[in-house]
Design a protein around this ligand. Structure first.
Ligand code: GS8
Length: 221
């Protein structure tokens, strides 16, 4: 059967980037529909009525929501290329744990530091929290090339989208290379994969988005 794959997406979103990388790794062809979240499309509201968020993968007319669930779905449906998740149940649970850890921590803490806190004191506290999480992840990475060992796996796909923010974090006073050198080396290694580099918004464009969101917060709109 011909596969019709559509992604409701936002180029600046790390959750969207996670799905874009997954699809690129599996060489899946798809139509990407950029969404305006300030004026949600009828299609987005129809496909994700509960959360009303991107990304949404629409496969042959049926929606799959939530980036981590989409990533597992992609891995299960397109099995030709290398797998993102290990087949062993224990190892699979381990991968899911770290995906959950990233989902629970990195976006909230990075956005708190970059554009969700107003006072310098709050921003400094958010910076410490973010660095603490990255250090935990650095410990888990250890001396491995990827979180998946020799192979680029679901944890790598989940975390690497946040690399697009490193330039913004640096501009705002967080020196990631000094704080977490192994994470920066790992990210640079991941960025050598075309599937990753083509899926991320440039650091400069990301910084523009961060500044836009920060100004929006400060002006109260
Ligand atoms: C998060 C998606 C998300 O926050 C996932 O897919 O992993 N847990 C979800 N999407 C945001 C854009 S990225 O900041 C979104 O769609 N927001 C719209 C809204 O909150 O109304």
């Amino acid at each position: 059967m011909a596969q019709k794959v559509v992604l409701l997406d936002l180029m600046a979103s790390p959750f969207g980037a996670k799905v874009r990388i997954g699809l690129a790794e599996k060489c899946v062809e798809y139509d990407r529909l950029e969404q305006d979240l300030s004026n949600k499309s009828p299609l987005l509201l129809e496909m994700n009525p509960i959360n009303q968020k991107i990304p949404v993968l629409i496969h042959n007319g049926r929606p799959i929501c939530e980036s981590s669930i989409i990533l597992e779905y992609i891995d299960e449906v397109w099995t030709e290329n290398s797998q993102f998740f290990p087949s062993d149940p224990y190892e699979r649970a381990h991968v899911r744990f770290w995906i959950d850890y990233i989902g629970q921590n990195i976006y909230d803490k990075a956005s708190a530091f970059a554009f969700k806190t107003t006072s310098g004191e709050m921003q400094e506290a958010a910076k410490k929290e973010l660095v603490k999480c990255y250090k935990v992840l650095e410990e888990e990475l250890g001396d491995k090339a990827y979180f998946g060992g020799e192979s680029f796996d679901a944890i790598d796909i989940t975390l690497i989208p946040f690399y697009a923010w490193f330039y913004s974090l640096e501009k705002m006073g967080l020196k990631m290379r000094e704080e977490c050198p192994k994470i920066v080396e790992w990210a640079e290694r991941c960025m050598k994969r075309e599937t990753v580099s083509m899926s991320l918004l440039s650091p400069e464009r990301t910084y523009e988005v961060v500044l836009y969101l920060r100004n929006k917060l400060l002006s109260g709109n």
